[in-house]
Design a protein around this ligand. Structure first.
Ligand code: ZN
Length: 270
C-alpha cells in the first residue's frame, strides 16, 4: 500500500515544480496527494495539477472558511465547478468554519455566521454529487462543524488537522468520520495524545503543506514526503507496525474518497 498525504496546498507557489514534488513523495512511498483548493482560482489551479499528474494528485475543490472576501457568488461558482468537473474531483474541500480570523479580530461575527450558511450550502452540494467533505474546523469550531455536516450526512468527512475537544473527537469517530494529523505529531504532546486516543480506523495523515513545522522539521520546507516520517511516529505511538499504519490509512482514504456512487474512482484511477 502507498502512503497518502490527505491535505496539501499543492497550488501554492512553494510547489511550482509539481513533478519534483511528486517524485520526492514517491521516493518516500507517498504516492498520492490530496490537493486542497481554497476558492475559485485555487480550485482551477488544483484541477490543472490533477490533469498534470493524474496518478498522484487527487483534487479537492473548496472555499476556505478563514477567507474574509468569500461571497455567495463564489459559493455558487464553486458549486458549479464541482458539478462541471465531478469526474475528476475527489472531495469538497477545504471548507469549514472560521476560528483564527475570529480570534485575531479580523472577521466579524456577521461574517462568521455567513460562513456557517456557506458551509451548509457547500455540504448540501457535496451530498447531491456524492462527494466526501474535507473540513477546516479548528478547536471549538469542530463541534459546530460536526453539527452542520450531520444535518446533511455526506458520504464521508475528514476533520483536517483536528484540534477539537476529546468529547468532539469521540463524537466524530462514533459518526464514522475521520480526523487527520500533521507532522506536529512528531513533537507536540497535544497531537501525540490525539493519536493515542483515536482508533486507527478513524485516522488519516497529512502535511498541510506549505505550513512550516517545528521540532525535527524546523527550517525544512514542508512536503508530502513528510507523511512517511509521520506514519512511523503514529506506529510508535499506537504500538503497531509501520505496515499496519500504512494499510489502515490507505484503506481509510479509499473508504473516504472512493465510495462516491458516481464519477471519480480514485482507486481505479491509480
Ligand atoms: Zn489547508
Amino acid at each position: 500500500m502507498p502512503f497518502i498525504d490527505t491535505h496539501c496546498h499543492l497550488d501554492h507557489p512553494a510547489y511550482a515544480d509539481l513533478a519534483a514534488v511528486c517524485r520526492q513523495g514517491e521516493q518516500a512511498g507517498v504516492e498520492v496527494i490530496v490537493a486542497a483548493g481554497t476558492g475559485l482560482a485555487s480550485n482551477q489551479r488544483t484541477l490543472a495539477l490533477q490533469q498534470q499528474q493524474p496518478a498522484h494528485v487527487w483534487a479537492a475543490l473548496g472555499l476556505h472558511p478563514e477567507r474574509l472576501d468569500a461571497s455567495w457568488e463564489e459559493v455558487e461558482a464553486v458549486l458549479y465547478q464541482l458539478r462541471e468537473h465531478r469526474g475528476r474531483v475527489a472531495a469538497l474541500g477545504e471548507v469549514g468554519l472560521p476560528h483564527y480570523a475570529l480570534l485575531d479580530g479580523s472577521m466579524t461575527d456577521e461574517q462568521a455566521r455567513q460562513h456557517e450558511a456557506f458551509l451548509h450550502a457547500l455540504v448540501k452540494g457535496a451530498v447531491d454529487l456524492g462527494l466526501p467533505v474535507v473540513l477546516h474546523a479548528p478547536h471549538a469550531a469542530a463541534a459546530k462543524a460536526l453539527a452542520i455536516v450531520r444535518c446533511h450526512e455526506p458520504s464521508g468527512v475528514v476533520f483536517h488537522w483536528h484540534k477539537g475537544s476529546p468529547e468532539t473527537t469521540a463524537a466524530i469517530c462514533d459518526a464514522g468520520y475521520f480526523v487527520s494529523v500533521t507532522p506536529e505529531v512528531c513533537y507536540r504532546e497535544r497531537d501525540r495524545e490525539l493519536v493515542r486516543t483515536v482508533p486507527l480506523r478513524n485516522l488519516l495523515l497529512e502535511s498541510d503543506g506549505p505550513w512550516p513545522y517545528g521540532g525535527e522539521f524546523a527550517g525544512q520546507p514542508t512536503t508530502p514526503a513528510m507523511v512517511s516520517r509521520l506514519a512511523t511516529e503514529v506506529g510508535r505511538l499506537k504500538g503497531v507496525s509501520l505496515e499496519e499504519v500504512r494499510n489502515a490509512v490507505w484503506e481509510n482514504a479509499r473508504h473516504l474518497f472512493g465510495r462516491g456512487e458516481t464519477g471519480f474512482d480514485p482507486v481505479a484511477g491509480r
